[in-house]
Design a protein around this ligand. Structure first.
Ligand SMILES: C[S@@+](CC[C@H](N)C(=O)[O-])C[C@H]1O[C@@H](n2cnc3c(N)ncnc32)[C@H](O)[C@@H]1O
Length: 247
């Protein structure tokens, strides 16, 4: 019995791996997280665009519930884990969980897998990596994420704007997720630290209402599906290469 978290990329149905598609295609059941049982989720849209069967089941999660491990979120993980464990007990086989981006980067899959393991320690948990929103924004905005000896920090703005200030001070490239309602504070920090000019903002990447633009042009709050990428101050071509650096 296996539970496999499969990365579906940020939104563009073409940004999935060949392995991810094969695992979804071969799974006995593909479960997809949704906000409402009647509404198609984003991972589901990409899954449906890539598989030829209809063995899909929606699991309702409080996906954008604010405030961390709230009662609603906890209850959703427990109910979803019950459904998955019952299904594995009764039918065995492989259940694939389609998740946006990468299953090991801020994904609901982590919580679901933990809760299923609690119920059935014998279940083998695996993941298939996916393309993250961070990578997609770098690509769509033509921004190099890292070169040479540069470091990279990825953080959620739900950890507070102070975490962003710390990351800007200690790392070269900084990427911030979950920033929508914190955007005004984020822009203030970037302006104060002289980092606004090269920073890029991306929302709904790969989706019909996609936005990719300089962070300096953003005003007010943004949607939950927003990412901010702050490249380092670079001195010119390959300025961060050391004698031993090759890429
Ligand atoms: C719960 S995390 C999921 C991250 C995802 N597992 C990944 O690997 O990129 C949700 C955050 O990812 C970012 N994100 C995911 N999909 C996105 C998209 N299509 N456009 C912009 N940001 C996105 C946003 O910062 C959002 O708040």
């Amino acid at each position: 019995m296996r539970l496999v978290g499969v990365g579906m990329g940020p939104g563009d149905p073409e940004l999935v791996t060949v392995k991810g598609v094969r695992v979804l295609q071969e799974a006995d059941l593909v479960v997809v997280p949704v906000m409402e049982a009647a509404e198609q989720g984003r991972a589901e849209a990409t899954a449906r665009a890539n598989v030829r069967h209809d063995r899909l089941l929606r699991l309702v999660f409080a996906l954008d519930d604010r405030g961390g491990a709230t009662v609603a979120r906890f209850a959703a993980w427990e109910a979803a884990a019950d459904t998955v464990a019952t299904r594995l007990r009764e039918h065995g086989g492989t259940i694939a969980f389609a998740t946006i981006g990468d299953p090991n980067v801020y994904s609901t899959f982590t919580y679901l897998a933990d809760a299923v393991r609690e119920r059935m320690p014998e279940v083998v948990v695996e993941t298939v990596p996916g393309i993250t929103a961070m990578q997609d924004l770098a690509s769509r905005s033509g921004t190099v994420l890292c070169e040479g000896t540069e470091s990279l920090a990825l953080l959620p703005l739900t950890a507070g704007v102070a975490a962003l200030e710390g990351a800007l001070a200690h790392f070269d490239t900084v990427v911030a997720y979950k920033g929508g309602r914190h955007m005004p504070a984020v822009l203030e920090v970037l302006r104060a630290q002289g980092r606004i000019d090269d920073a890029v903002f991306g929302a709904a990447l790969g989706l019909p209402d996609e936005q990719v633009r300089p962070a300096a042009e953003v005003e007010g709050e943004a949607a939950y599906l927003s990412t901010v990428l702050v490249p380092p101050r670079r001195g010119g071509r390959a300025s961060k290469l050391t004698d031993t650096g090759t890429t």
